[in-house]
Design a protein around this ligand. Sequence first.
Ligand SMILES: NC(=O)c1ccc[n+]([C@@H]2O[C@H](COP(=O)([O-])OP(=O)(O)OC[C@H]3O[C@@H](n4cnc5c(N)ncnc54)[C@H](OP(=O)(O)O)[C@@H]3O)[C@@H](O)[C@H]2O)c1
Length: 258
Amino acid sequence: MDLGLRGKTAIVTGGSRGIGSYVARALAAEGCRVAICARGEEQLAATAAALEAEGAEVLAMPLDVTEPGSAARLVAATVERFGGVDVLVNNVGGNKRGAFAELTDGDWEAVLDLNFKSHQRMSREVIPAMRAAGGGVILFVASIFGREAGGRGLAIYNTTKSALISMAKIMALELAGDGIRVLSIAPGSIRFPGGSWDRRCLDDPEGMAEFIRENLPLGRFGTAEEIADVVAFLVSDRASLVTGACINVDGGQSRSLI
Ligand SMILES: NC(=O)c1ccc[n+]([C@@H]2O[C@H](COP(=O)([O-])OP(=O)(O)OC[C@H]3O[C@@H](n4cnc5c(N)ncnc54)[C@H](OP(=O)(O)O)[C@@H]3O)[C@@H](O)[C@H]2O)c1
């Protein structure tokens, strides 16, 4: 299937490693020019070099998405370098585990900034460029724990991921007339080298074998390539009827019916 992404420009936040780097690679393989950002310059440069070695046009900007001016800088640099922005993948995210009663204002502010406000700012910044081009796609990487309760200790993570899904739906309503689709994906547990699930599997193979038996119907973790392939489809015109939705990419892991 030709996704029709050749010549489009995509921004992927947190594209230096993990799911974001696989998304950037999948979009580049479809012919997109990609702009990626992360705080760690060395890893960002290495990922950009690897993408370029595969023939991609890449803009790699070291920045912290939680700094208010960073979204404007990344979008402006992307427009200057590639002439516009067709796709934004808001991927950056993290977690702060803790019992609700113990979590501080600082804990909440840090993860709200990272998981929610950075995406809200980045999305607002790309709208003028997308409107000027007659359309675009904004995709949020949420989680199955934005659609259902993740469990004790996950108040901040669950809240921020639910907020992304909610914001995407309202944005989709408001931006449909501009030809801008807005959607989110809800990954389940995704294992890739160096990622959090990989570390847990290496530290506690027996515990993780039990986790897989109890929680993962396919009998395995998802891969970052499987997330990236779904993202590539969803941001392409082949998914032109998909807007406002949150798509599970979880191997049946989530328990919610909605
Ligand atoms: N892995 C899973 O099983 C899973 C499941 C469901 C949902 N998700 C979601 O998928 C997304 C990606 O997860 P992941 O596991 O791939 O994460 P990851 O391996 O920790 O990678 C995060 C990426 O974001 C960058 N980043 C982190 N903080 C940043 C900041 N303040 N400014 C700019 N860049 C920043 C990192 O680079 P630097 O550290 O150098 O900045 C890195 O490139 C997250 O939203 C996560 O919640 C993951």
